[in-house]
Design a binder for this molecule. Structure first.
Ligand SMILES: NC(=O)c1ccc[n+]([C@@H]2O[C@H](COP(=O)([O-])OP(=O)(O)OC[C@H]3O[C@@H](n4cnc5c(N)ncnc54)[C@H](O)[C@@H]3O)[C@@H](O)[C@H]2O)c1
Ligand SMILES: O=c1ccn([C@@H]2O[C@H](COP(=O)(O)OP(=O)(O)O[C@H]3O[C@H](CO)[C@@H](O)[C@H](O)[C@H]3O)[C@@H](O)[C@H]2O)c(=O)[nH]1
Length: 344
């Protein structure tokens, strides 16, 4: 059985659906700090069974001990983390505590229970401002904010843990590029609890009429249309990458580090046009100043993942927008209305 920390979140919920589709048993551990309990029932509508879930915190060593004692856990996929760059600058200690202390507590509990296999959510943020493109796994690493720093530090913790007991650990550090989109059912998707920081959920809310206008952060970058480019990857492709990593670890001992991206850069304006096409709605935008800390361009060389895992992203940006729109215009809208009613 696979323990999925943060399995109720955006990427975790989609990965659970992918695991259920290949009959892999799993157990979710999530404290619902950045997700809704109702996601479990919606996942159940997709898979035919509400997934088993324990509500709790990865920093709770006693709870982890009980989980490892009670369930036949053999592997862990570790999504649980705080992920907002801006918030991490203002609340640095909360980020270090949740992300670093949480991961160390989890690894200690795993070791005590003799479970030494983990798939870990890292991020392209560990490459900082890349000197050249596309980005390969052996490029220099750096961090420009506490969130990125926690990812770098956790990567180091995992490398040192693996080295401390040679031949015993199986660890995959998956560096995601920009996960977007939603499950094709429209029942689960990215569900920001606040004003979205990221491009795709913001564009989706503008298309849905929930926000008047997108601010495009700069059109004077050295890119074909002047706006920033990113490697957007469909969340179901990303989910499939986790299944592939899990299978790789079952056959291979040691530490694996791979990019999960498409290898194709997409600009802000290309994304806007694709979303307009998918939704049939206009996405009004205004160009404003660059966002501090943004890099101009970022995209992956995904070749290593293809060679080692036999995995490759399949879904294009039009499909990402179509699925995100189905989610936004249906379930996400009603969840937002429910929250607004509950707040009154
Ligand atoms: N979404 C992205 O753009 C992106 C990009 C690169 C890497 N990542 C990483 O992928 C992982 C998943 O991201 P996501 O987008 O699904 O985020 P998310 O916030 O939707 O999901 C994270 C889940 O973990 C839970 N959680 C957080 N801290 C916890 C704790 N201490 N104990 C128990 N549960 C806890 C939250 O309630 C949430 O359900 C994170 O590690 C994130 O840093 C995300
Ligand atoms: O309202 C918006 C939001 C974003 N953008 C632009 O859209 C692109 C993508 O931005 P965003 O979706 O915020 O992604 P990133 O800036 O690539 O940041 C994400 O990807 C990084 C690398 O993985 C992680 O470090 C961050 O946590 C994660 O938010 C960038 O050019 C932004 O300037 C806008 O123009 N307007």
């Amino acid at each position: 059985m696979i323990l999925i920390t943060g399995g109720a979140g955006f990427i975790g919920s989609h990965t659970c659906v992918a695991l259920a589709a290949c009959s892999e048993p799993f157990l979710i551990l999530d404290h619902f700090g950045n997700s809704r309990r109702s996601v479990l029932e919606r996942m159940g509508r997709i898979t035919g069974m509400v997934p088993p879930c324990i509500e709790g915190d990865i920093r709770d060593a006693g709870l982890l001990r009980r989980i490892f004692a009670q369930y036949p856990i053999t592997e862990v996929i570790h999504f649980a983390a705080l992920k907002s760059v801006g918030e991490s600058v203002r609340e640095a200690l909360r980020y270090y505590d949740n992300n670093i202390a949480g991961t160390v507590t989890l690894l200690q509990a795993m070791r005590a229970a003799n479970v030494r296999s983990m798939v870990f959510s890292s991020s392209a943020t560990v490459y900082g401002d890349p000197a050249s493109l596309p980005i390969r796994e052996d490029f220099p690493l750096s961090a420009t904010n506490p969130y990125g720093q926690t990812k770098l530090m956790m990567e180091q913790v995992l490398a040192d843990t693996s080295a401390s007991e040679p031949g015993q650990w199986r660890i995959a550090r998956l560096r995601y590029f920009n996960p977007v989109g939603a499950h094709e059912s429209g029942l689960i998707g990215e569900d920001p609890q606040d004003v979205p920081n990221n491009l795709m959920p913001y564009v989706a809310q503008v298309a849905a009429g929930q926000r008047p206008c997108l601010s495009v952060f700069g059109n004077d970058y050295p890119t074909p249309d002047g706006t920033g480019t990113r490697d957007y990857i469909h969340v179901m492709d990303l989910a499939a990458g986790h299944v592939a990593a899990l299978r790789y670890l079952r056959q291979n001992m040691g530490l694996l580090t791979v990019n999960l991206g498409t290898g194709r850069p997409v600009s802000v304006l290309e994304m806007v046009r694709s979303f307009e096409k998918a939704s049939g709605r206009p996405v009004p935008y205004a160009v404003v100043a660059r966002r501090p800390g943004d890099v101009a361009q970022c995209w992956a060389d995904p070749g290593l993942a293809e060679r080692l895992l036999g995995w490759k992203a399949e879904l294009d940006v039009d499909r990402m927008c179509a699925d995100a729109w189905r989610w936004q215009n249906g379930m996400a809208r009603s969840l937002l209305e429910e929250s607004a009613l509950a707040a009154h």
